[in-house]
Design a protein around this ligand. Structure first.
Ligand code: PHE
Length: 520
């Protein structure tokens, strides 16, 4: 069976739109505002910007550089860079990404459900029978959300979102490029409409003072730094192998330093204006976004939109369409990275791999959408699916990404040699990296990540988790332990198995070559 040719981006613009489309997602539109508020609003920008320059841009260059140099998806590129252990890191990153893909798509399914609600029922009071609540007990958006997640129709939405993802990656770069060319500019347009609306509301600028008044006291708190560092990884889609995969489809002579700057700049400016829009929107109605990322998405923002003097439905529809388009251009990059990791490593054909990835992924997403009510008092998460989602998010997001980032830097920095990567990047780049790049990759970033992780693990034991937001179950339950163990088995064990299978395959190929050679 001959190998299918690898994809290539038709144009540089196509690549930039796809990579920035991956970076710009739910993280920019809602998670940033929720985190910024939680970590001291104005105080958040400074650690955030430091995180961008210290961690974000160098790791972005590393991922783009590795993918571009070896022109293979993440696990194989890491194998070529740093041997079998490097390959394990590649699979670990992808499997952790798989967990995130599954629940990211469940959240997108809820976004789709809320978009449908925005045409009417989202704005009305309703009873929540699954929890025995009468109409008016909860806010309109909360009752809509809990009704949605306690019914089986969400499973249908999950399947629709997976189908959309499958269609977009079906033809690889070709179809991805087509979709991002429409969706990404549309996202910017929607965001601009929202920001104009937010700022023209009476008192719309109140939130801005809060967002931009630095508070140096808050910056003494290590949690703020931890929040900023995780946010940068997530928002730039780093620690997933996505940027490596996307860069592997670029022509040989493309400039990775300028790509890294462009993608980071587009992403962070989108996040910046989204922060302005959301803070303006909420503060003019005196709604305090003191909420976890999910409650921000599904409770707090609709409350703000519902308070609009005119055009509630219109802006609601606009907002959830924005979330859905931004989320889709992100989730397809996850699915593509997973699929092409397998395709490149095992020499398989694209179509069957896409089908299998979508089926397995959809099963995972359905689990996170399970409507079984396990906490009728709503003291915790309410349903089994949401509880699982929250617990998996805790490990995959707060730990998995940083661990993968740490390992990438260590293996590329020390085993391959940061200088080798730098020289490869410099060969085709206008802006030349100097030795400080090596120092960042080899020393600064690994040490910073280790300090953050050490701090996080330490706090984990004492107060139930630094990232414990208001959805997370209060006490350490068996489920908490079970989720941790499953996450470790899936990522660490799964990566071992895949690395083992790949090694077997290599051996077979080598011995077939030797046999073939002897026959000649
Ligand atoms: N960067 C995306 C966001 O900000 C999240 C994401 C991470 C998407 C990784 C894909 C891969 O929402």
């Amino acid at each position: 069976m001959g190998q299918e040719p690898r994809g290539v981006w038709k144009s540089k613009l196509g690549f930039i739109l796809a990579a920035s489309g991956s970076a710009i997602g739910l993280g920019n539109i809602v998670f940033f505002s929720a985190n910024a508020y939680r970590f001291g609003a104005g105080a958040f920008y400074i650690p955030y910007l430091i995180a961008l320059f210290v961690l974000g841009i160098p790791v972005m260059m590393l991922e783009l550089g590795v993918g571009h140099h070896y022109r293979r998806a993440f696990p194989e590129a890491m194998y070529m860079a740093a041997g079998v252990k490097g390959e394990w890191v590649g699979w670990f990153g992808l499997l952790n990404a798989a967990v995130i893909t599954m629940y990211y798509i469940t959240i997108l399914a809820w976004v789709l459900g809320t978009l449908i609600g925005a045409f009417g029922s989202l704005w009305q009071a309703s009873a929540v029978p699954a929890f025995g609540l009468e109409a008016g007990t909860l806010s309109n958006s909360m009752s809509y959300f809990f009704n949605m997640i306690s019914r089986y129709d969400t499973v249908f939405y999950v399947l629709i979102v997976w189908l959309l993802n499958g269609i977009v990656v079906w033809w690889g770069t070709k179809s991805i490029e087509r979709v991002v060319k429409v969706f990404v500019p549309l996202m910017w347009l929607f965001m601009i409409v929202l920001i104009v609306r937010g700022l023209t509301l009476e008192n719309g600028s109140n939130g801005l003072y809060l967002l931009f008044t630095p508070d140096f006291e808050v910056m003494k708190n290590p949690q703020v730094w931890q929040g900023a560092f995780s946010q940068i990884f997530f928002t730039l889609s780093l620690g997933f192998g996505i940027m490596a995969t996307y860069a592997s489809y670029l022509p040989k002579d493309s400039d990775q330093t300028s790509n890294a700057f462009t993608i980071s700049f587009l992403n962070c400016s989108f996040e910046f204006i989204a922060g302005i829009a959301i803070f303006a929107l909420l503060f003019c109605f005196a709604i305090v976004p003191n909420a976890s990322t999910l409650s921000m998405t599904f409770f707090v923002i609709p409350e703000g939109l519902g308070a609009f003097p005119v055009g509630v439905k219109l802006f609601g529809i606009l907002f959830y369409t924005l979330l859905l388009t931004a989320g889709l251009t992100s989730s397809v990059s996850l699915v593509e990275a997973l699929g092409s990791g397998v395709i490149d490593r095992f020499g398989l054909r694209r179509r069957p791999v896409v089908i299998i990835v979508c089926i397995l992924g959809a099963i995972g997403s359905v689990i996170f959408a399970l409507p079984k009510v396990i906490d009728p008092t709503l003291a915790n998460d309410g349903t089994l699916g949401l509880t699982l989602l929250d617990l998996f998010d805790h490990w995959a997001f707060s730990y998995g990404l940083l661990i993968c980032g740490f390992l990438e830097c260590v293996f590329v920095g020390w085993v391959l040699g940061a200088d080798k990567l730098r020289k490869s990047i410099n060969k085709t780049s206008r802006y030349q990296l100097n030795i400080s790049f090596d120092i960042m990759i080899k020393y600064v970033i690994p040490i910073v990540i280790l300090v953050i992780l050490g701090y996080a693990i330490n706090t984990e034991a004492s107060d139930g988790g630094v990232y414990g937001h208001d959805f997370v179950m209060g006490e350490q339950s068996n489920m908490h332990i079970l989720v941790l163990v499953s996450w470790i088995i899936f990522t660490v064990g799964g990566a071992l198995i895949l690395t083992g299978i790949a090694a077997q395959k290599r051996k077979k190929k080598a011995s077939a070559l030797v046999d073939g050679g002897a026959g000649n």
